[in-house]
Design a protein around this ligand. Structure first.
Ligand code: ADP
Ligand code: MG
Length: 327
């Protein structure tokens, strides 16, 4: 199979929306026609084998995840996906692998109306780089610099489960099979929170997607917004799905271990966002409209720094600060 056959066979389809995407794969450039009054939101993410995914992952899940992590960035900006490019380095042109990869990738693309408009293919160690392009009305993008003291901090879905699966893969943790299966799904098949991001336009004061861990990513919002935050550990603990199915003893798995998973885990692709407390009911309604669960876990403070407190309001020690508690 030649390079051009490969592109034609697996990655060429007519754009579904010829008005907004007048020219797709096949020319020197693709053409986009954003609606008047809209800004383009653009984000790239690269996935490298061994670094961002394990060689054991099924290619359809890899295709899904490669696009999901990019759509998650659009979601965090409140942007509606429009199109994406795919730059792919492959060790070989394996038809079964390509077919499955394209299936996972394009199923997610179709679910979000996001057209594959171009890219590049080269021989090399497996490496996937996607650039996603979305649209957001001018002035309404959700950003990292809008959090204000008094705002409440919210998190969508579940966080920490993806990291739990990684620790099991690494042989550092063993959990019941059903807990692992669910966590593995979270790691390999994240669902970008696009609908929630759209519903939070004009409502959230700031937003970020959780790719490197809740504490670290919230830290970017705090730095961007020039403020601090306090997280209530009992509320944050509720965000990890595994705690509902698995009740290990403190000796087998300590509360510090749970804190590491939830606060420093990463790879969750949930949204962490802030909103004024008087708009909490609107946030709840937006979450229902987006069919995405959300939970309040803390509050933005004027004092810089991130604090985690227990149910009595006492500080929880900083073991969660290190990115790799297990390492
Ligand atoms: P160029 O010679 O202009 O760099 P290429 O020969 O690399 O273009 O690619 C030919 C066409 O196929 C271009 O429109 C390019 O955007 C598209 N393309 C290349 N690789 C991919 C891919 N992995 N997915 C989708 N389109 C691709
Ligand atoms: Mg060319």
């Amino acid at each position: 199979m030649t390079e051009f056959e490969l592109i034609r066979r697996y990655f060429t389809r007519p754009p579904a929306d010829p008005i907004r995407v007048p020219l797709g794969v096949g020319d020197d450039c693709a053409l986009l026609a954003p609606k008047p009054g809209m800004q383009l939101a653009i984000s790239s993410d690269m996935l490298v084998e061994g670094r961002h995914f394990l060689s054991t992952v099924e290619p359809d899940r890899l295709g899904h995840k490669a696009l999901a992590v990019n759509l998650s960035d659009l979601a965090a900006c409140g942007a509606r996906p429009l199109a994406f490019t795919l730059a792919l380095a492959l060790p070989e042109a394996d038809a079964d692998w390509l077919e499955a990869f394209a299936r996972g990738l394009l199923a997610l693309a179709d679910a979000h109306g996001c057209a594959l408009i171009g890219g590049d293919v080269t021989r090399g160690p497996l490496n996937i780089c996607i650039t996603a392009i979305g649209e957001v009305p001018a002035g309404l993008a959700l950003r990292r610099d809008g959090a204000r003291p008094g705002d409440e901090i919210w998190v969508s879905g579940t966080v920490g489960d993806a990291r739990l699966a990684l620790e099991v893969f690494r042989g550092r943790l063993s959990v019941p099979q059903q807990v692992f299966d669910a966590a593995r799904r979270r790691m390999e098949c994240p669902e970008p929170r696009v609908a929630l991001g759209l519903a939070l336009r004009g409502l959230a004061t700031s937003a970020i997607d959780i790719s490197d861990g809740l504490a670290g990513d919230l830290g970017h919002v705090l730095a961007g917004s020039g403020c601090g935050a306090t997280i209530a550990w009992p509320d944050a603990f509720e965000t990890i799905a595994a705690q509902r199915q698995w009740k290990p003893s403190e000796a087998d798995f300590s509360s510090e271990n749970w804190q590491s998973l939830v606060l420093a885990g990463g790879d969750d692709y949930e949204l962490c966002f802030t909103a004024a407390p008087e708009r909490a009911a609107e946030v709840e309604a937006a979450a229902v409209a987006a069919a995405t669960p959300v939970r309040r876990i803390g509050r933005i403070d004027a004092a810089p720094g991130l604090r985690v407190v227990d149910s009595a309001g006492h500080p929880v020690d900083g073991s969660w600060r290190g990115f790799d508690h297990f390492g």
